[in-house]
Design a protein around this ligand. Structure first.
Ligand code: 0A1
Ligand code: ZN
Length: 898
């Protein structure tokens, strides 16, 4: 029997909560098998609320011990307990409600609420986990001041919660007791506690206004040598928010705690951030450049939430992008500023472009497919069944693009003025996305009399990726160039259900454009009173035209510079025009894009040839364009590494009528090998020129060199170049850092020969078996390897180090296989899909949030070639038919099959 009946919640149904809960006192008697929680709350009926409005509190998986009001136990008819709530009737307008409950953290495999990991206690409350700790109004618009008492046996010496430590003592029974108080009212999703045996690293810094604040990073005993980068990143984040946004840390103490069992990246609990250990722990031997970059960015992200999310929070979960889109935008800018730090103007521009490229690559790989599939939703969804399913690339990454467009439209100063206004209006409140745009609009209308952001707001309520078709006409006699932009966006996801007459309205699209002459020189463009290389066109209707004067010959357009809007551009460049842009465009992002478009055309043509059984062959003009990028001395290594990376299979799949991952994989491998063969000499040169001897540094310049060098190595090895294997083996054996070690191992596993790769894998495991984060890398490498089949994946699951209970481990093996192994997962016999179904069900019994994420691997099944579509559909149906499926997985598979 199903226990979880899906209920759809609609944004339009929002109702304010009838009570305020200004104060909450929580006391925990912590024990793994039975933790008792005493929750005492001051409850006030809101003026205007009905006197008979029941106090309805959410609760899940809890045992009720007692419930009382104003010091007296409640009569049985004064409350009603159901599976998911506790309703209290006839409350006075002002009352103290006290609830005592019990939960079992050791049995909590969902990792929501209070749970045990590595013998320590942790909590995760966003979005709806607090209801697994005590009965409460588990919604973000109920904000309270918390006082928290923690009591635990001495084996849990570190006892942490939000805010400031008030007192700490030993109890007569030998247990420790501490009291914490958070002076800032907050929604319960920001509550946190940690109890256990942990070590820490700390520093004290002075804030902009001169207050001393204590910054701490807690982790497992023995890992204190791996938290230096995390603590330094935290200091950088604190300084950056002061200088770029004028926002200061508001607490005397800010703590980060690393935990190995965690569903997501990290969580911004007020003053007590809890992090997946993968985003805290790093040293040169065990962490890659990407790990270092990820740590800095996630630490920034969570720290920035202190203002964008915590001081100003969301009214309801439909507004999630209010905090997430904005905070992702802020972390992207933080990382970009850190990368460009201390560089001259040209190097800084390139570093910023590299960051932009990486962000856009991620958006196209994850968010574009989402926007074109059954789970498509606006950045502010209209409905959901399970909010945990809406922590999506759309809400986060597209949400950040929507904020970035506001930044582009208002400019840096205008955007800052809009942010200041947002905090002036809403500090301490739970608000909506509209409130944010209102603040930005108050600046925009001052800057642009007669215009507003009403059209722009459609980005919040319409889903799908708009397409912008570009038409360019040149008149040699008038020396005029006319550019016409026409936008279109088809209904997607739930919008389709609205029927044929659902018409989507045009968006407000900032479209950055440049024009190059036939020699690749930038043409000055006169636009809105200024003459520049780039014109920012504001497309606000279905179609608009712009005329540029004094253009002698038909130019080559450089379109959507810096990816100024999350749209798809339709323009029919010739291959020669793309090669020209790839060699000369002054906008580094658009220059990269031109090379990628050339490669995309090549791979799609090769995939088609493969499907038709024709022989494959690479176009010389393409190889030459890429040779030019590889050997251009003006380009730095980090940029060249991006320019020479082949487009991902996910991005390529979006361009196929009927997706055929194995054909794409073959085509992509073929092109990589051709590049390795035909560019062997300059690749070898790049390999030699970009060695980074000496002490390891994760800084952007050496990291960029490693990225290029390792890309060259994998291309050479893929081509079977005769000494490439020797180079890779040598690098593997002598690597002074994990980036080089992993890159060599990965190249060898995928493209190497002989016994060395398997021996190296075994030795790698032996060396790192006690470091779970490196063991994850070991599993992930194999799961995504070209030769890995379902049988290999199943064999890896029997390894003693494998467990489904740890999300990082499940992600390393199962998710890597299902999402990133085109050949193994999409085998025409359907065995990959059967494996997927099995793992979704196995995970669902333990951790529905993680299961639902895996369930999404088959979202876009209906767009695959028929031979794959049919077994995919069958696997989805099998999951949907399973008894006792969680609400999380039900929502995903039923939407996929609709
Ligand atoms: N607010 C966090 C994301 C987060 C959401 C849910 C979690 O538990 C299931 C954990 C973290 C962020 O944006 O970083
Ligand atoms: Zn966030």
């Amino acid at each position: 029997m199903r226990t979880d009946t899906p209920i759809t919640v609609y944004r339009k149904d929002y109702q304010p909560y009838p009570y305020d809960i200004p104060e909450v006192a929580l006391a925990f008697d912590l024990a793994p098998d039975a933790t008792e929680v005493r929750c005492s709350m001051h409850v006030q009926r809101k003026p205007g609320a009905s006197a008979d409005a029941a106090l309805i509190l959410d609760g899940e998986d809890l045992e009720l011990v007692s419930v009382g009001v104003n010091g007296a136990p409640l009569a049985a008819d004064a409350y009603h307990l159901s599976e998911h709530s506790l309703a209290i009737y006839g409350l006075p307008a002002d009352a103290t409600v006290e609830i005592v409950s019990r939960c079992k953290p050791s049995a909590n495999s969902t990792l929501m609420g209070l749970y045990v990991s590595g013998g320590n206690f942790f909590t995760q409350c966003e979005a709806e986990g607090f209801r697994r700790i005590t009965w409460f109004a588990d919604r973000p618009d109920v904000m309270s001041r918390y006082r928290v008492t923690l009591r635990a046996q001495p084996q849990y010496p570190v006892l942490l919660s939000n805010g400031n430590l008030l007192a700490s003592r030993q109890l007569p029974d030998g247990r420790n007791e501490v009291e914490w108080e958070d002076p800032f009212p907050k929604p319960c999703y920001l509550f946190a506690l940690v109890a256990g045996n942990l070590t820490h690293r700390e520093t004290t810094v002075k804030t902009a206004s001169g207050r001393d604040v204590l910054l701490q990073v807690y982790s497992d005993p023995g890992s204190e040598t791996k938290t230096e980068w995390a603590l330094d990143s935290l200091v950088r984040a604190l300084r950056w928010d002061e200088t770029r946004f004028g926002l200061e840390l508001d607490l005397d103490r800010f703590m980060i705690v690393a935990v190995h069992d965690f569903n997501m990246g990290a969580m911004e609990n007020k003053g007590l951030n809890i992090f997946n250990a993968a985003y805290v722990l790093a040293d040169a031997a065990s962490a890659t450049d990407a790990n270092y970059e990820g740590i800095e960015s996630v630490i920034g992200h969570e720290y920035f939430h202190n203002w964008t999310g915590n001081r100003v929070t969301c009214r309801d979960w439909f507004q999630l992008s209010l905090k997430e889109g904005l905070t992702v935008f802020r972390d992207q800018e933080f990382s970009a500023d850190m990368m460009a730090h201390d560089m001259d103007a040209a190097a800084a521009a390139s570093a910023r472009a590299v960051k932009r490229i990486d962000d856009v690559v991620a958006l196209r790989a994850a968010q574009f497919p989402e926007d074109a599939g059954p789970m498509a939703h606006p950045i502010r969804p209209e409905s959901y069944q399970e909010i945990g399913n809406f922590y999506t690339a759309t809400v986060y990454e597209k949400g950040a693009e929507v904020i970035r467009m506001q930044h582009t439209l208002l400019g840096e100063e205008g955007f800052r003025a809009g942010m200041d206004e947002y905090f002036r209006r809403h500090d301490g409140q739970a608000v909506t996305c509209d409130d944010f745009v209102d603040a930005m609009e108050s600046v925009y209308i001052r800057q642009h009399p007669g215009r507003d952001l009403s059209v722009f707001r459609r980005w919040y309520r319409q889903a799908g990726t708009p397409r912008v078709a570009v038409k360019l006409e040149h008149d040699a006699t008038t020396r005029r160039c006319t550019v016409t932009l026409t936008q279109q966006c088809q209904p997607v996801g739930v919008e389709k259900k609205a029927g044929a007459d659902y018409v989507k309205a045009p968006y407000h699209i900032p479209f950055a454009l440049g024009l190059l002459d036939q020699d690749g020189r930038a043409l000055p463009l006169r636009h809105e009173g200024a003459t520049r290389d780039t014109a920012l066109l504001e497309l606000t209707t279905a179609s608009q035209q712009w005329v540029f004067e004094d253009i002698d010959e038909r130019p080559v357009p450089s379109l959507l510079r810096d990816f100024s809007a999350p749209v798809i551009v339709d323009y029919d460049w010739t291959d020669e025009e793309l090669a020209l842009l790839s060699a000369h465009d002054t906008n580094p992002f658009a220059r990269w894009e031109a090379g990628q478009e050339l490669a995309t055309r090549q791979i799609l043509a090769l995939a088609e040839a493969r499907q038709a059984g024709r022989t494959l062959h690479a176009d010389t003009a393409f190889i030459n364009a890429w040779r030019a990028l590889l050997t251009d001395p003006a380009l730095d290594a980090a940029y060249r590494a991006r320019a020479l990376a082949l487009p991902s299979e996910k991005t390529l799949a979006e361009r196929m009528h009927a997706v055929d991952p194995p054909a794409l994989a073959v085509a992509r491998d073929f092109l990589r090998a051709e590049l390795g063969r035909q560019l062997a000499e300059p690749l070898r040169q790049a390999f030699d020129d970009n060695q980074t001897p000496g002490e390891y540094s994760p800084a952007p310049v050496p990291a960029g060199k490693r990225a290029l060098k390792n890309l060259a190595l994998s291309h050479l090895l893929a081509a079977g170049e005769h000494d490439a294997q020797r180079l890779a083996e040598h690098q593997y054996e002598h690597a002074g850092n994990m980036t080089d070690s992993m890159a060599a191992l990965s190249a060898l596993i995928n493209f190497g020969q002989g016994d060395f790769p398997q021996q190296a894998l075994a030795a790698f495991y032996d060396k790192w078996r006690d470091n779970p984060l490196v063991v994850d890398k070991w599993f992930a490498l194999q799961a995504a390897a070209r030769s890995t089949t379902v049988q290999t994946a199943r064999a890896l699951m029997t390894h003693p180090a494998f467990t489904l209970r740890n999300p990082n481990r499940a992600r390393a093996l199962i998710f890597q296989f299902c999402l990133n192994n085109a050949r193994g997962m999409h085998h025409p016999d359907g065995s990959g899909y059967a494996f997927w179904a099995e793992q979704v069900l196995a995970l669902d019994a333990l951790n529905p949030e993680i299961a639902a994420r895996l369930a999404r691997a088959l979202d876009n099944w209906s767009r695959f070639v028929p031979a794959l579509r049919t077994p995919m559909q069958a696997a989805l149906q099998q999951v949907r038919a399973h008894e006792g499926l969680s609400r999380n997985v039900q929502e995903i598979v039923s939407k996929a099959l609709e």
